[in-house]
Design a protein around this ligand. Sequence first.
Ligand SMILES: Cc1cc2nc3c(=O)[nH]c(=O)nc-3n(C[C@H](O)[C@H](O)[C@H](O)COP(=O)(O)O)c2cc1C
Length: 207
Amino acid sequence: MDAETVLTTTRSVRRKLDFDREVPQSVLDDCLRIAQQAPAAGSMAAQFRWLLVRDAGAKAEIARYNRETAEASWAKYGHLVEKRALESAQYLVRNLERVPVLAIPCMIGRPPADTFSQSAYFGSAYPAIWSFQLALRARGLGSSICGYHLQDHEADVAAVLGIPDDVQQISLLAVAYTTQRDFRPAARPGLATTVYFDTWERTAPDA
Ligand SMILES: Cc1cc2nc3c(=O)[nH]c(=O)nc-3n(C[C@H](O)[C@H](O)[C@H](O)COP(=O)(O)O)c2cc1C
């Protein structure tokens, strides 16, 4: 798969995850090694960790906490979400314990308060997370971020997994082989409405 295809067809896969196909650790190791090549701000790279969860009991507990927050949020705000996207998210959340691997990227140290340091903090995690997702896609696996529990059950999940108090779970990714190989680029807003030139909201470059 060429780079452009991987970059444009790596979707959040929720309904097309193969819950029954084993994910070898060697495949994950390859993807994690690729993710380690992502950029990180200064010393932040040394603070970044992955926690891979395969244990059925732990996954069930994480899924329960994730579901609790998600269902409460959908009860309040579900009507604001596009139907297809909502149903897709609900499918994954309601089946999270069936996903072969839950990958939790973590940062040692809690998020800083100022925006400059926040940028370095979260910006040192997401390039690696995305590289991991791309590398999975190139190997026939898929993933979706599913971090609802972070809202009010992060500490509960930390207790399940023995994560120390000073470690932040950045996110949670469901990881599995996908039941189909072909995914398409998604509809996105055009450049005309999202790119400005020289000054804010100037939508065309100098002639
Ligand atoms: C920081 C971040 C958090 C996200 N959290 C969730 C989540 O909790 N649940 C979920 O279903 N998708 C989550 N997503 C995935 C987005 O919903 C997804 O990228 C979006 O629906 C676009 O779909 P696509 O990735 O297939 O293009 C998250 C994505 C990002 C970047």
